[in-house]
Design a protein around this ligand. Structure first.
Ligand code: ATP
Ligand code: MG
Length: 578
């Protein structure tokens, strides 16, 4: 029964499966400065740096050199490159690029599935001083064109199957000089064979020394709320990624860490490459199509200890049922974290029941370059809360003019600018960049509130908050209540214009296996919600859908539900799942 679910998960450091890296949040917060921790990354003697050196090559002086950096699991094959392998291969790739005249500031894009070459080329690009970017492998030609055109990419690295899509748009990309193709391939005009070039390139490369604030990578946002933005980040980001990996994901030397995010999105870069590599941790990469069974088996076979995933993945596993989970040994796991969307309490309770651990929610954005608000292994988890700001981060809730609002009042989730991994530019769009900053705050575009203990609670995207009968209702609270109903797998909630109430709440619902849509079920769900939420917050309308529209990174696209409902133009769909 829902009533028996814990609202707070108490923590005692001594009772955790392992002593965490961060033992006392309050103390760390009081003492914190990034300067004190500068020694945890490495600068060159001239005071310059390179994130790829920090992530990989500095380990060559230590026993980490021989440690497996990645276990890459693909259909029918696996690969296990060490940090030394990655260092040498990325040097070779940097030489390949240098031969093409790639220099500091040039944009080099990677359009690859999760194969070794993706990781190698990303780090190789950083080594040359160029700006690296990744494109999710499921993108079609239009999505490719938008990003390559906007960024003025000079080189694209791709594989035999994806190349076709690049070919389709290449004629319209005057700045694109070379396409590098992995695998056994005889290159044509304007193309290079990755294998041939790598084979003839030296494994020695003089890593380009960069200023900490020099650009390192750029990534387009998920497109959940509108047209994706090209967010630009610096080499110095890595100090924040290093420390958050250590204190929030709690990675420790012998961990086997699995970040399930694709490197096409920021999580897959910051916490799939830079953060864990800098900490010298072995990671899992699963290049295969998702299935709950495969995922449990990966945890079982590789004895995964720390797992960083997303609500959408957790919901998919819940949808498949617990019988599959019981077939596998998941006891190696010791810490679970989640990001990307609000984490419904139901998902936390499911984790407690079937894995014996709570998922630790954390919040950040492509723009923030790293986790800013989190639940820590050493800190009580208030179920449904995003946790507290990372030591060194000042978060606040402000009104539209940038003034802080009282505790427990909904407002804009805002951050004091100047943390090391803050974006430095929106590519080609200074106006957009400037619009994020108001009254001395970075305004995130998300709505939230803070409780009396300093925990932050997500309400919804600013665009998604519903105004009904004079009340403001966040879709998250309604969706979380809906997924507690035994038949509901996923829910997306919108405000639908209404003459009487301003807006009414409409819920789109997909059902769990074994449940069929019916009017009785609708009524049952409505009654269920009435017992959970204030009267004004229950959905007057419910519509069943087989699936909900989602971004390719798994976020529910409420703007699409709304546009469909209202018969309005749907806008940019380049990141929507098929
Ligand atoms: P776009 O900016 O193009 O609309 P996006 O905002 O989804 O796309 P990302 O930068 O990938 O692009 O996602 C950041 C957003 O994801 C946050 O602003 C927030 O809305 C949501 N998010 C991330 N983590 C959490 C979390 N723990 N709880 C609630 N929402 C989260
Ligand atoms: Mg966003």
């Amino acid at each position: 029964m829902a009533e028996q679910h814990p609202k707070v998960i108490k923590k005692e450091v001594g009772r955790l499966k392992k002593m965490p890296n961060l033992k006392d949040y309050k103390f760390a917060r009081k003492e914190f400065s990034y300067d004190v921790h500068k020694d945890e990354i490495e600068f060159f003697v001239d005071g310059k740096m390179n994130a790829a050196y920090v992530a990989v090559d500095r380990h060559l002086k230590t026993p980490l050199k021989k440690r497996v950096a990645l276990h890459i699991i693909d259909e029918g094959s696996t690969k296990h490159p060490t940090f030394e392998d990655i260092a040498m291969l990325s040097n070779r790739f940097a030489n390949v690029l240098a031969k093409q005249g790639v220099k500091k500031g040039d944009r080099v894009f990677i359009f690859l599935p999760r194969i070794e070459e993706l990781y190698v080329s990303f780090l190789g690009i950083l080594k040359t001083g160029a700006i690296a970017s990744t494109l999710f492998a499921a993108f079609g030609p239009d999505a490719l064109f938008d990003r390559l055109n906007d960024s003025g990419a000079k080189i694209v690295v791709t594989d035999l199957t994806l190349k076709e899509r690049v070919d389709k748009v290449r004629g319209r990309l005057p700045e694109l000089q070379k396409v590098i193709v992995t695998g056994d391939y005889v290159p044509e005009e304007g193309e290079l064979s990755y294998n041939q070039e790598m084979w003839s390139a030296s494994k020695d490369f003089e890593i380009v020394h960069m200023e900490p604030e020099d650009r390192a990578y750029m990534l387009y946002t998920s497109g959940t709320t509108g047209r994706p933005k090209g967010v630009v980040h610096t080499h110095y980001d890595i100090i924040h990624q290093h420390l958050t990996t250590k204190w929030i994901l709690d990675l420790q030397p012998d961990d086997i860490y699995w970040c399930t995010a694709d490197p096409g999105w920021v999580t897959g870069i910051a916490y799939g490459i830079l953060g864990p590599f800098s900490n010298g941790i072995t990671s899992i990469v699963d290049a295969r199509r998702f299935s709950a069974e495969k995922w449990y088996k990966v945890i079982n076979d590789y004895k995964v200890t720390v797992w960083y995933t997303a609500p959408t993945a957790i919901r998919m596993m819940m949808k498949e049922g617990a019988d599959i989970a019981r077939k596998y040994d998941l006891s190696s796991l010791r810490h679970l974290a989640s990001v990307g969307e609000p984490l419904n309490p139901e998902a936390i309770w499911w984790g407690l029941e079937h894995i014996g651990l709570a998922f630790h929610d954390n919040w950040w954005q492509t723009e923030t370059g790293g986790i800013l608000i989190a639940n820590y292994p050493c800190m009580d988890v208030k179920v449904g809360s995003m946790g507290k700001p990372f030591p060194g981060i000042t978060a606040g809730i402000v009104d539209d003019r940038g003034n802080e609002v009282p505790v427990k009042t909904e407002g804009n989730l805002a951050i004091r600018p100047g943390w090391p991994s803050m974006m430095v530019e929106i590519w080609n769009n200074k106006e957009k960049y400037d619009s994020y900053f108001k009254g001395g705050w970075y305004i995130s575009g998300d709505r939230a509130w803070m409780d009396e203990d300093g925990y932050f609670w997500f309400v919804g995207r600013a665009d998604d908050v519903i105004k009904t009968a004079g009340h403001r209702v966040g879709p998250f609270e309604v969706e979380s209540a809906l997924v507690e109903h035994p038949a509901v797998a996923e829910a997306g909630v919108i405000g639908k214009p209404d003459d009487m109430y301003g807006e009414i709440i409409k819920a789109f619902i997909s059902l769990k296996k074994g449940h069929k849509p019916s009017d009785d079920l609708k009524a049952d769900i409505k009654n269920f919600i009435k017992t959970k939420l204030a009267g004004h917050a229950y959905p007057k309308e419910i519509e069943f859908r087989d699936t909900l529209p989602k971004t390719r990174s798994g976020k529910i696209m409420r703007r699409v539900l709304k546009a469909q409902e209202l018969g309005l133009p749907i806008g940019d769909l380049s990141t929507m799942e098929d």
